[in-house]
Design a protein around this ligand. Structure first.
Ligand SMILES: [Mn+2]
Length: 410
């Protein structure tokens, strides 16, 4: 069988990983990546973040989409209503204060924002004296580039998360299914707090700290930690900085606002060394990686007429390509950043064969084509300029599907 991968719980199903380190825990279930803001209060948070809260439609612990229960509900992404107070933040803080045992989950195949945000929050909860267990769905393996993050002693295998936690907090996951095997416990939790910044977020969870304008989930986690009254230690700041640096493409993407730099400044003041974090995230690799990269660049194809004449550049990396140089899959994240430099192409694609005989398709645009829509049509998702999807079957079929969609979107 070939076609877009549908199983969110499949081993290695987090295409987000390879879209990283600038990615996207996003997964869209359709072509309508709009955030439902209607029927609920919007909160102007202390750091300027706007929180879309679900209003009456939400109940703690409700894993289901409130759907039509919202009065006056709209699915617009227009101006956010002002006012409404800090209700949603207050509810989150109250729930956390009232719980002694809290479970955290982030999306499968975590990137720097997912894992960094989760470990930062886990350490803050521990500092409050809470019992805290953090995890993510299988495959339960921390990517090599994230092994420097502090707080990993708080990670437990997903099987050790209770079937029905009293309080669960979901981080950087655009939909409940992005939690993989932890989607079940999230749905059965007594209360579920969702912290996320994907425009495609699917209105799950009872308390929703969801802000598509936030550059990273880490921005929202910092706000939460501040409201909990926990001081920023160096170790907590390290996770938040990894999230912020990852999702802003090292402070290069358009989401890099003055507020992002303000937060980065506070994190540096807490003791983060940006050179050390950058080296871990982006500036190191085994020698074999250079050879795999060289091969990928040598195989790259430029199709000037593709993407409605805006140009497409693509390459492939098979499992054999990297096995021959002893390079693991999770070392390949930087390849797309070389390919996407191509002046003649609006869209860049790296097709990477996983260890599970699937293809992860990392897709980037320069902003003229909305890739979140294109990749959602292939059961993936992401953001406008960076997205991805998983494919089973011959990779040329994935490229064919993509070419058609890109032409249509151009
Ligand atoms: Mn993120």
């Amino acid at each position: 069988m070939s076609g877009p991968e549908r199983r969110a719980d499949a081993p290695g199903a987090g295409w987000a990983l390879e879209c990283s380190p600038h990615d996207t825990g996003g997964h869209s279930t359709g072509g309508h990546d709009v955030v439902q803001r209607g029927g609920g209060a919007s909160t102007r948070a202390g750091n300027g973040a706007t929180i879309a809260s679900p209003g009456n439609g939400a109940r703690p612990g409700n894993g289901a989409r409130p759907g039509g229960a919202r009065s006056g509900g709209t699915t617009c992404s227009g101006p956010v209503p002002s006012g409404g107070g800090d209700l949603e933040w207050d509810r989150a803080v109250e729930l956390i204060r009232a719980s002694d045992d809290i479970c955290l989950a982030c999306h499968v195949a975590p990137d720097g924002d997912a894992l960094g945000s989760m470990l930062a929050l886990a350490q803050a909860l521990r500092a409050m004296g809470k019992r805290c267990r953090a995890s993510f769905g299988e495959p339960f393996a921390v990517p090599a580039i994230l092994r420097f993050l502090p707080g990993q002693e708080l990670l437990v295998e997903p099987g050790r998360i209770p079937a029905a936690p009293g309080l669960m907090i979901s981080l950087d996951a655009a939909g409940q299914e992005r939690l993989g095997s932890l989607a079940g416990p999230a749905g059965r939790a007594g209360a579920l707090i969702v912290v996320d910044h994907h425009a495609s977020n699917t209105a799950f969870g009872g308390v929703r700290l969801v802000d598509p304008a936030a550059a990273a989930t880490a921005v929202l986690v910092e706000e939460l930690i501040r409201r909990l009254g926990v001081p920023l230690t160096r170790d907590i700041a390290q996770g938040l900085y990894a999230g912020l640096a990852s999702d802003t493409g090292s402070f290069k993407y358009p989401c890099t606002t003055p507020e992002v730099h303000d937060l980065a400044g506070r994190l540096l003041a807490a003791g983060v060394r940006p050179d050390a974090v950058s080296r871990e995230l982006w500036d190191r690799a085994p020698f074999g990686y250079l050879q795999v990269l060289a091969g990928a660049l040598a195989r790259a194809r430029l199709e000037r007429d593709a993407a409605g004449g805006r140009g497409l550049v693509w390459t492939t990396i098979t499992r054999a390509d990297r096995d021959s140089k002893d390079v693991p899959y999770d070392q390949l994240e930087g390849v797309i950043d070389q390919l996407r430099r191509t002046d003649e192409a609006e869209v860049a694609v790296v097709c990477k064969e996983t260890d599970q005989d699937r293809w992860y398709m990392s897709v980037r645009s320069k902003g003229r084509i909305d890739l979140s829509e294109v990749c959602a049509a292939l059961n993936g998702g992401g953001h406008r300029e960076m997205a991805g999807f998983v494919w089973t079957g011959p990779v040329h079929e994935a490229l064919d599907r993509l070419r058609v969609l890109l032409d249509r979107a151009a």
